[in-house]
Design a protein around this ligand. Sequence first.
Ligand SMILES: CC(C)(COP(=O)(O)OP(=O)(O)OC[C@H]1O[C@@H](n2cnc3c(N)ncnc32)[C@H](O)[C@@H]1OP(=O)(O)O)[C@@H](O)C(=O)NCCC(=O)NCCS
Length: 323
Amino acid sequence: MNPSLTPPPHPRNTGVLGFGQYRPSRVVTNDDLSKLVDTSDEWITSRVGIKERRYADDDETIVAMSVAAGADAIKAAGLSAADIDLVIVSSCSLETPLPGAAPEVAYQLGANAPGAYDLNAACAGFCYSLAAADQAIRTGASERALVIGVEKLSQWVDHTDRSTSIIFADGAGAAVLAASPEQGISPVVWGSAGDKPEAIIARRRDTKLEMDGRAVFRWATTDIRDQLTRICDAAGITLRDVDAFVPHQANTRIIDAMLRGQDFRDDVVVARDIEYAGNTSSASVPLAVCALADTGHITSGDKVLTIGFGAGLTFAGQIFVMP
Ligand SMILES: CC(C)(COP(=O)(O)OP(=O)(O)OC[C@H]1O[C@@H](n2cnc3c(N)ncnc32)[C@H](O)[C@@H]1OP(=O)(O)O)[C@@H](O)C(=O)NCCC(=O)NCCS
């Protein structure tokens, strides 16, 4: 028989301690875009639900935005950077292919050389990262983890392509997770559709994003919609126990279609941060959580159902208890 290696210290729980955000200062309205491509505020508002989005300037790099959102989350958690022993940065729009951003983000925050890595699951990346941090904490590999979703998609869209330039935007959101007396995050439900790699694709390092909008729309409003009950089952609750629904902010028509016919309570809070943030891919879920918390729509103890979905195609979702 093989000798047994040291097992994890003891099974334990994970809680979410705080969220943070960084929104770039430059606001780009639909009217601004209609000067660059043949579109209109009316078309974008009715088909996508975006009124304005933010674009990062040159000094608002992936690392800089991550540090700002990370510091905000650490402060909200009541911790200091030195308490963090794991940093996961989720992004699909790094300025450079190598190295990943997480080690430099950790260093600039003042963390003490923690474990640090990047994760790319496109718009599902933040939810994958939440799961990775939860698993690291529950197995004893980490005590307190910082998870960041950050994107600078304005540099990856073709600003003459009206199908993508009106949708994607920039920003960063973050969360701190830590060992906790109670389990405050459910097992992740995840999956992929690898037969559709071309639905959202950047073909080479020097080319821009291309998107088959209809294919993405169809997938999100059928396969992804069906995951909401599975996520609740994994968490041991029902849709009626959910206080807030924070889906990836891809399109308000997708959000509406996901809600239709579902057994949510009438008073469930639904995130619609896309209206003023655009689609910020892996940053969209934490940004939307912050927006709801800032406006008092969600408070401590609320059960939040989240799901990220996008290029790959790939998705991940879970329930967490709002800190
Ligand atoms: C991209 C998307 C908004 C396009 O909407 P749609 O209703 O499918 O639009 P279509 O592509 O069928 O185009 C309908 C018409 O609008 C036009 N159109 C497309 N983009 C336009 C724009 N930005 N402004 C004005 N007109 C536009 C098309 O040329 C077409 O015109 P036509 O009927 O004269 O040929 C929609 O498919 C979508 O939201 N998909 C999901 C995308 C997404 O969420 N991606 C991110 C996932 S992480």
